[in-house]
Design a protein around this ligand. Sequence first.
Ligand code: B3K
Ligand code: ZN
Length: 879
Amino acid sequence: MRTDQPQTIYLKDYQAPEYLIEETRLRFELHDDQTLVHAELQLQRNPARGAGLPPLVLHGEELELLAVALDDQALAAGDYQVEAGSLTLQPQGEAFVLKTSVRIHPESNTALEGLYVSGTMFCTQCEAEGFRKITYYLDRPDVMSVFTTTVEADKARYPILLSNGNPVASGDTEGGRHWATWEDPFPKPAYLFALVAGDLWCVEDSYRTGSGRDVALRIYVEPENISKLQHAMDSLKKSMRWDEDVYGREYDLDIFMIVAVNDFNMGAMENKGLNIFNSSAVLASPRTATDAAHQRVEAIVAHEYFHNWSGNRVTCRDWFQLSLKEGFTVFRDAGFSSDMNSPTVKRIEDVAFLRTNQFAEDAGPMAHPVRPDHFIEISNFYTLTVYEKGAEVVRMLHTLLGPDGFRKGTDLYFERHDGQAVTCDDFIKALEDANGADFSQFKRWYSQSGTPRLAVSEQYDAAARTYRLTFRQSCPPTPGQPTKEPFVIPVQLGLLDGQGRELPLRLEGEAAAQGTDRVLSVTQAEQTFTFVDVPERPLPSLLRGFSAPVKLSFPYSREQLTFLMQHDSDGFNRWDAGQQLAVQVLQEMIAGQPLDTRLVEALRTVAADESLDPAMVAEMLSLPSEAYLVELSEQADPGAIHGARRQARRTIAEALRDVLWQRYRSAREESRATPYQASADHIARRSLQNAALGYLMLLEEPEARDAALEQFEHADNMTERLAALSALVNSGFEQEKAEVLARFFEEFKADPLVMDTWLSVQASSPLPGGLARVQALMENPVFTLKNPNKVRALIGAFANSNLVNFHAEDGSGYRFLADQIITLNRLNPQIASRLLTPLTRWKKYGPARQALMRAELERILASGELSSDVYEVVSKSLA
Ligand code: B3K
Ligand code: ZN
C-alpha cells in the first residue's frame, strides 16, 4: 500500500541509468516463516552518463535490510539511506561490488508479485517491477545483467529447485536441506528473473533445432496434474519449429522449462528459460478442458516461447515501450494460431474481441496510446490497447510491406538489436531501413489514442465507366488528446459485380489492372480513389480481413449485406457483412421495432450451407454479443439489449428449427461415433453442434432438453459437456438444471480449473436472481478471494458477462463489485484494479445508472488507503 501521493511518470523524462550491473549473484535461503536473499552485484558507472560518481539509488520495496557492504567493507547505518522504495549509497569508484542481505516474507505475499507461495511451492512473478520486492536492485529493463542463482531449501518438501539458464551445481547441506545453482549466460533485465521450488513432477521431451542442437524440454506441475501436459508439450514443439520457419529464430539455451502454478495474476510469464504459467494456460485434457481452452493453451505457450526473441533477446528500454514486445508477440502468436487452425475463424475471433473490448477501452477514461506517454502504475498498462491494438499496428506494417519485406525488417531488427533494450522507434527504423520505407506518418498509431472512424462513400459514372470511393477519417477526442492528425489506414478491398464475381482493379493513371484484391493506403483526412474500366456499378468489399483497427461505415442496404454474406471471396468479410446486418436489425429491435425477417432468411441460407466450414457457419449464426451492442450504443439500455437479442435468438430458433435439428443431429452422431480429437475439423463440428443446441434450447421443448441431457451424460469431452450444462443452466428446466450442476460439481470438485468453469457458467447466467447466486457461490468451499482464477471466474464473469444482473436498476450489482474491490485492494491490487473495468464504463449508461456507478467509484476512493493500481483507475474514471 502506498503511503505517499502516487507520482505520475513521464516518457519524456526518460534518462539512461547512472550505473550498470555487469553480474548478479543471488543466494536464496527459503524457509517457512522467512526467506533470506543475499545479493552480490558487480556494478559500474554507465559510461554513457559521463564523468562523476552520483549516488547509487537502488529500488527495493518491503525488504528488511540485514547487511550491506561495498567492496567487502561492511557499511554502518550512517553510510546509506533506506527509504520506502529505495536504498541510496555513495560509490567510491567507477566499478565496485555491492553485497546486500535482506529478509522477505513470501509466505504472506498475497499480491502474487515478487517471490510468493502458491500451494506447496515457491515461485516468482517479477514483470514489471516485482524484482524490487526480492532484493535491492536497479529494477528497470535497460539494466541487463548475467545472473547466477543459488536456491537452498528443505530437500524433502522442495526436491525441485529451479532458476533461469542452465543447472551448474547442486548439493546437500545440514538439516535435511539442499541447494542448486543455475547460470544464465544471456544478459537480461531483472523482470525476466525466475525462481521455483517445490515437490514437482515433470514430463520431458526434446527438440532438435534447425542447426542440430538438442534442447531438453520440461513441463513441471504438482503431481495430480501430470496427465494433462501432452497438449502443452505438443504446442511448445510446434512453436519452436514455427519460429524457425517463419522468423528464422532458434532457441538458444540447452533447456527450456515451463512450470504451472495455480495462483497467478495473469496468463503466463516469459522468464528466460523458465516460463511460469497460470495452470489454466498449461493444463488440458479432453475430459477437463474445452476446445477453446486447448486453443488458449496452444496460443499462450507459443506467445511466451516467442518472447524468447521478441522481448528477451531484444527487450524494452523502458515500460512505455511495452508494446514493442507485447504487440509484436501477440502478432506473432496470432500468425502461429492461424497457421495451426482455421485462419478465417481465428481472425473473426480476434476482431470480435478487439471491437468489443479494446474499442471500449479506447473510448473510456483509461484510453491511452499503444505507446503510453505517462502512467502512475505500470501494472495498469498491460492492456488491450498495448497488446491487441499493438498487434493490429504490427499487422498493418506486415500488410504494407508484404510478407517478404516484413521478414527482411524483422531479421534486421533482431540482428541489429540482439542483447539490447530498445524502443518502438528502433523497431520501425529496422523495418524502414530493410525496405527503404518511410513510416513517419504511420507512427501516429503509436502516439495517438482513440479508434479512428472511416466513413466511405461511392460514386459510379456509367458513361465514363469510373467508380470513385471517397474515404473520410476522423478520430474522437480522448483523455489528453483533443485533436488528432490523420493516420495511415491500409484498406484492403475488392469490387464485386452483380453475379458476385470479382472485378479487375485498375486505378486512374495505371496502365493495367492489378489483380482483384488490393490494399489502398488512406493517408489524408479526406481522400478519393478512382477506379477505371468498371463495366457496371460494383458492390465494394471493404477493409477485408479487418486490415486496420478502425470503425468503418458504408451505406450498405440490407440486400447488399446479404449478397456479401453469400458471395464475398473474403471469408472474414462474409462474416462481417452478417454481423453488420444483425447489428442493424438488433438496433431497431432495441428501439422497439419488430425483427426484420431478412436477417432470419440470410441465416437460413448460412445454416443450410453444407459447403461452408462448419466453424464458419457457427460464427455466422452467432449474433453480435451484448457487450458489443453496448459498445456500439451511445447510451446503452441493458434490459433492452438483452431482451432484443434474446427475442431475436428465439425467433431464429423457431424459424430455423428443422435445419438446426438436422445439423445438430448429424454433428452429434459423428461426435458419438468418433473419439475426441482437438483437430481443426473436429473442433469446427463441435462448435456448430453446440451453436445449434444453444438455439434449440431456447424453444424450451422437451426434445431439446433431452438432447442436452444426453450430450451432458454421454459426451467424452468437456466441450460438449460444458455446452450442454450451460444450455440447461440458462433454461427454465429447473429440476434438470439443479441435477446437472450437482453432478458436475461432484464429478469435478477436486479439479480447480473445472470448478472455475462451473462458477462462470452460473455467474454469467442472465436469469433473474444473478447476484444472490453469486453471493451464495462465494460461500462455496471451492471459492476463495485469494486465487485470481476464482475471482475472475465468479466476480469477473458476473460483472463482465452478465449484463442484466450486473446492471440491476437498484445498483446492487455495482455495490457488490465495489465491496469486493475494496477487499481485494489490500490482498491483491492488480486483481482489484482489473475488476474495476466495468465500473469505469459508467458514461455508457443512462443518468440513473451513471449516478449509481459513480457513487461506488467515490466510495472506493474514500475507503482508505488505496494501492497505486486502484487509485489510478478510480481517479481517472472520476476525472
Ligand atoms: N509479459 C507477461 C505479462 C506480465 C504482466 C505483469 N503485470 C505475460 C505476457 O505478455 O507474455
Ligand atoms: Zn507477452
